[in-house]
Design a protein around this ligand. Structure first.
Ligand SMILES: NC(=O)C1=CN([C@@H]2O[C@H](COP(=O)(O)OP(=O)(O)OC[C@H]3O[C@@H](n4cnc5c(N)ncnc54)[C@H](OP(=O)(O)O)[C@@H]3O)[C@@H](O)[C@H]2O)C=CC1
Ligand SMILES: O=C(OP(=O)(O)O)[C@H](O)COP(=O)(O)O
Length: 335
C-alpha cells in the first residue's frame, strides 16, 4: 500500500516535530516542509532529507541564504494528500483558500479558531468525528492536556463540573523574540480563558470554567484541576483509571517540578527531550469532600504531536478505530 503524502506548512516548534513523527509511521510520509527564512532549521531539514519549500516572495532569499528550495508552497501542496498547517496563528483564512483551491485536506493547530475547520480534534475523545473530513483543527497544547484527562473521567464517573487554573509558560525555550521575561500576567484578565470553551469544542456537554496566568518560565505549562463528578469514587480509582491511559504518565520518584520532568524526557532519550504525555503527580490525586484535585504538567512543544498523526490517519481513513490509531502512533513514536 502506498503511503499517504503529508506536507508541513510551517516548520517551527510544532511543524518540525510533526514532520519527524509522521516520518516514523508505516502508513504516511513527508513530501515537503516550508520555511520562510534560510536559517539553521532549513539546513537541518535538508540534512534530514526533507524537500524545503517557501512562499514565492521568499524564494530569492532562500537562494541567497544557500538553501536549495524545491519550489513555492503552492508547488508543495500539489505533491501532498494532506497538509499539516503549523504556521503561526492568524494565517488560517488565507491558507484555507490555498488548500481549497488545490483540493487538498488540511489540519490546523490550536492558534486558529474552531470555526475555520469546523471540527476540533482529540484522539481519545472524538477520533471518529474526523473520519474522512477535509479540514480538522488539533486543539492547543493545554486543551489537548485537558481533554486527555476529562474524557476518561467523564466516561467512567460522569463529570458535573471542571474548574481549572492554567499556569502557562511565557514562551518556548528558543523564542528569544519574547524574552527576557519577568512578570506574572493574568491572561486573559476577563474570564474565562479560551481553554474551557475549546474543551467544549471537542466534548460539547462538559461543564468547565478555566482561568489562566502566564509565568516567567519556558519549560512547561502546569494545570491545577478541581473536578466534581456524578459518581462517588476514591483517589485510588481515579489514579487507576488515569494510569491506564497511554498518553498519561504518572510522575513521582523525586520529581518536584517541571524542570525535573524535562530532565526525565532527556534521560529517557526522547527526541529533543520531548514529553508527549500529560505528567500527573500521583501524590497530588486527592478526593476532598467528594471532589477531585490534581496537578499535571504539559509539555507545550510536544503533547499535540501524536494527536496530529492520529488526525491524519482519521482524515485519510487509514484506520477507522481511534484506539487502534493511537496504538499505531504510540508504537512508532515510542510512547
Ligand atoms: N509552540 C507551542 O507551544 C504550541 C503551538 N501551537 C500552535 O501551533 C501553531 C504553530 O506554532 P509554533 O510551532 O509555535 O510556531 P513557530 O513560530 O515556532 O513556527 C512557525 C513556522 O511557520 C513558518 N511561517 C511563518 N510565517 C509563515 C507564512 N506566512 N507561511 C508559511 N510559513 C510561515 C515559520 O517559518 P520561518 O521560521 O522560516 O519564518 C516557522 O517555520 C500555532 O497555531 C500555535 O498556536 C500548539 C500547541 C503548542
Ligand atoms: O497552544 C498553546 O497554548 P494554549 O493552549 O494556552 O493556547 C501553546 O503553548 C502556544 O501558546 P502561545 O499562544 O502562548 O504561544
Amino acid at each position: 500500500m502506498s503511503k499517504v503524502k503529508v506536507a508541513i506548512n510551517g516548520y517551527g516548534t510544532i511543524g518540525k516535530r510533526v514532520a519527524d513523527a509522521v516520518q516514523m509511521q508505516k502508513d504516511m510520509e513527508i513530501v515537503g516542509i516550508s520555511k520562510t527564512k534560510p536559517n539553521f532549521e532549513a539546513f537541518v531539514a535538508l540534512d534530514k532529507g526533507y524537500q524545503v519549500y517557501a512562499p514565492a516572495d521568499k524564494l530569492k532569499g532562500m537562494e541567497t541564504g544557500g538553501v536549495d528550495a524545491s519550489g513555492t508552497i503552492e508547488d508543495m501542496i500539489q505533491t501532498a494528500d494532506i497538509v499539516v498547517d503549523c504556521t503561526p496563528g492568524g494565517f488560517g483564512d488565507e491558507n484555507k483558500a490555498l488548500y481549497t483551491k488545490a483540493g487538498v485536506k488540511a489540519i490546523w493547530q490550536g492558534g486558529e479558531e474552531h470555526e475555520l475547520a469546523g471540527c476540533s480534534f482529540n484522539a481519545d475523545a472524538n477520533y471518529e468525528e474526523a473520519l474522512g473530513r477535509d479540514f480538522v483543527r488539533v486543539v492547543s497544547c493545554n486543551t489537548t492536556g485537558l481533554c486527555r484527562v476529562i474524557y476518561p473521567l467523564d466516561q467512567e464517573f460522569g463529570i458535573k463540573k471542571v474548574r481549572v487554573t492554567l499556569m502557562r509558560r511565557a514562551a518556548d525555550p528558543n523564542d528569544v523574540k519574547k524574552g527576557p521575561i519577568n512578570a506574572i500576567v493574568p491572561s486573559p484578565i476577563k474570564l474565562p480563558s479560551h481553554h474551557g470553551p475549546d474543551v467544549k469544542s471537542v466534548i460539547p456537554h462538559i461543564n468547565i470554567t478555566s482561568t489562566a496566568v502566564v509565568l516567567s518560565t519556558t519549560l512547561m505549562h502546569l494545570h491545577s484541576l478541581n473536578i466534581e463528578m456524578d459518581k462517588q469514587c476514591t483517589a485510588e480509582e481515579v489514579a487507576d483509571l488515569l494510569a491506564a491511559q497511554s498518553r498519561i504518565r504518572f510522575i513521582g520518584q523525586g520529581i518536584t517540578s517541571t524542570a525535573e520532568i524535562m530532565e526525565l524526557g532527556k534521560d529517557l532519550g526522547r527526541p529533543r527531550g520531548d514529553m508527549w504525555e500529560n505528567c500527573i503527580w500521583e501524590q497530588s490525586v486527592t478526593i476532598d469532600e467528594g471532589e477531585l484535585y490534581f496537578f499535571q504538567g504539559i509539555h507545550q512543544e510536544s503533547d499535540v504531536i501524536p494527536e496530529n498523526v492520529d488526525a491524519i490517519r482519521a482524515m485519510m481513513e487509514l484506520e477507522s478505530n481511534g484506539a487502534r490509531s493511537i496504538e499505531k502512533t504510540n508504537k512508532a513514536m515510542g510512547i
